[in-house]
Design a protein around this ligand. Structure first.
Ligand code: SF4
Ligand code: ZN
Ligand code: ZN
Length: 327
């Protein structure tokens, strides 16, 4: 049986790109050290920061919250989590349970936003009424609500659970279509735009998908193993993932190198142009007069729902004692 390269206990993982075996404890230390180095190297956090974690209930968001919770006293930041109940049948019921269990275990305050209660509808219904594919509606709704929660709790940053595999695929996809503006958003960190759009950080920037899964599993972090029923396995991303995986097979560490290099060059990519304004209904960021969320909800539900969402989150944050924020 292979032994840990550090302490000689039985190994549970082989890190190919570093040619080392690790036991359970050293594996957990290895992942937390990766997150620690990313937080420092890319200046993602500061002492006294409030970080809002988008908690879906899946493995990456569990690893994200688990690793950030393990490093919280070392960096002196505070964590708040938000979970959006999308109303996607059994999948959402189980995701919610995993998110609640995890937040409780790690003692992180959790703001829950059930769409059926706040909007009176769900992602499948909203997609139907708005005549758009579920994933496009869902992605926009999640981005909007996460940002609204960050604004309401006065967070300094929103932490996203994107891992190196996801990012390498987005990077390649954007490169193939020469969408250089999209690449400019794939760095480890984006800055806030006044108080209308809170900056995002990606602490799992250099963590592989498989590493993320094993960390959550070994630490006993609750997470949902099932996929959303709307995941489209014919998507271009799936094909590109196969390509990137076969390159990684031949050149271990390739994805991490790709993302590290991109982080160095991210400033050279053109940023999206156009004016940045405030939505006339909800006051959050938009490229026009009305944000995409208020536009969609007005069309599908007859009313722009941004203000209601903000009000709902504010009342939850008040109940949890998160606002007014004490600095
Ligand atoms: Fe939403 Fe699509 Fe992801 Fe399902 S697969 S959670 S609908 S973005
Ligand atoms: Zn060891
Ligand atoms: Zn709006």
């Amino acid at each position: 049986m292979p032994r840990c390269s550090i302490c000689s206990k039985p190994a549970i993982a082989y890190i190919r790109y570093q040619r080392k075996y690790l036991c359970r404890d050293h594996y957990i230390e290895f992942i937390e050290d990766k997150v620690r180095r990313a937080l420092r190297k890319y200046k993602m956090v500061g002492k006294g920061y409030r970080i809002l974690v988008a908690l879906s209930g899946g493995k990456d968001s569990s690893t994200l919250l688990g690793a950030l919770a393990a490093l919280r006293s070392e960096f002196g930041y505070e964590l708040v989590a938000v979970h959006i109940d999308l109303g996607i049948y059994e999948y959402s019921v189980k995701s919610k349970m995993a998110a609640e269990e995890l937040a409780k275990k790690l003692e992180v305050p959790l703001i829950e936003v059930p769409l059926s209660e706040v909007l009176g509808t769900t992602i499948p219904e909203l997609a139907n009424k708005g005549r758009r594919p579920p994933c496009s509606v869902c992605g926009m709704v999640k981005r909007y609500i996460t940002n609204a929660a960050a604004v309401e709790v006065e967070a300094d940053a929103v932490a996203l659970g994107h891992n190196a595999d996801d990012l390498a695929v987005y990077n390649l996809k954007s490169f193939l279509s020469q969408d250089l503006e999209a690449i400019s958003k794939l760095g480890p960190k984006t800055e806030s735009v006044e108080e209308a759009a809170i900056g995002r950080i990606r602490p799992l920037y250099l963590v592989y998908e498989k590493e993320s899964f094993l960390y959550a599993y070994l630490k006993g972090l609750p997470f949902l193993h099932e996929e959303c029923p709307f995941v489209d396995h014919r998507q271009m991303e799936v094909k590109l993932k196969e390509v990137v995986n076969s390159l990684e097979e031949e050149r271990p560490g390739m994805k991490i190198q790709m993302m590290s290099k991109l982080a160095l060059r991210i400033k050279d990519y053109p940023k999206p142009q156009g004016k940045i304004g405030r939505c006339k209904y909800c006051g959050l960021i938009t490229g026009g007069d009305v944000c995409s969320f208020c536009r969609l909800t007005k069309k599908a539900l007859g009313e722009p729902m941004g203000p209601k969402v903000r009000e709902y989150i504010r009342s939850k944050a008040l109940k949890l004692g998160l606002i007014p924020r004490r600095l």
